[in-house]
Ligand binder design. Structure first.
Ligand code: ADE
Length: 232
């Protein structure tokens, strides 16, 4: 998969996307990430990417020209773009089914802008999807873009060593994950549930299913309601 991220703050993204799962996916050639500095597409001596809002008000607004120039240049090179995603707190809230769907794309363009601070014509005529990472406001879309790329990267075939591991993630079947333990079996008198060291895989699976259900009931009963409605 190819991902193009368009931003005025490219340095925020460079380091983190070289680490962990996205870094591993890139090293294996399964994820091709390109980070584009909007300033390089801005005209004039000062390469200005934002301007004052028409009608007044606080804060600056990202200008349409550099964004159109950048995304049009991207569209004219390489494989077709499946979605142009704008990260914004007033978008659709990201969840696992959305991540699963996006992980099937060939190429995504992600635009990290500023809330209230992007010319509406970009949203009306360029963006195909608007995504929020939750009901809170970040200073910009860069961290949100990283959340999206990380969640998608771990689903790409061949990225995770253990192919079943992404499928048993919390949310993947509408349930939270079971508790995990590792050695030592007795840490300061806190012992691992004996079933996990029993070697009986049927019992272990049953224990994990029960734990997942119980945790979901306690912490996220809304997920169980959704699950029941979707299986009706
Ligand atoms: N930009 C600022 N806040 C955001 C959020 N919650 N989700 C996506 N993009 C954002």
């Amino acid at each position: 998969m190819r991902v193009d991220i368009v931003t005025c703050l490219p340095d925020i993204l460079k380091g983190p996307l070289e680490e962990s799962i996205p870094g591993r996916a890139r090293a294996k050639g399964l994820l091709d990430i390109h980070i584009h500095d909007l300033r390089e597409y801005a005209e004039g001596k000062h390469r200005q990417v934002d301007d004052y809002p028409f009608g007044g008000g606080a804060g600056m607004v990202l200008k349409p020209e550099p964004i159109f120039a950048c995304i049009e240049a991207l569209a004219s090179s390489g494989e077709p773009i499946d979605e142009v995603i704008f990260m914004t707190p007033d978008g659709e809230v990201l969840d696992q089914p959305m991540v699963n769907g996006l992980s099937l794309s060939g190429r995504l363009v992600i635009l990290a802008g500023h809330y209230k601070g992007i010319d509406q014509r970009v949203r009306d005529h360029l963006v195909t999807r608007e995504i929020s990472v939750g009901d809170y406001v970040l200073s910009g879309g860069e961290l949100a873009a990283m959340v999206l790329v990380d969640a998608v990267a771990r689903l790409l075939p061949g990225v995770l060593g253990d192919a079943t591991s992404a499928l048993t993630d919390s949310f993947q079947d509408g349930l939270l994950d079971a508790p995990a333990y590792t050695r030592p079996a007795d840490f300061r008198g806190h012992v691992v549930p004996p079933v996990l060291t029993s070697g009986d895989h049927k019992r272990i699976d049953a224990w994990r299913d029960e734990q997942r259900l119980r945790k979901t009931q306690e912490r996220r009963p809304d997920l169980l309601d959704q699950r029941n409605t979707s299986s009706d």
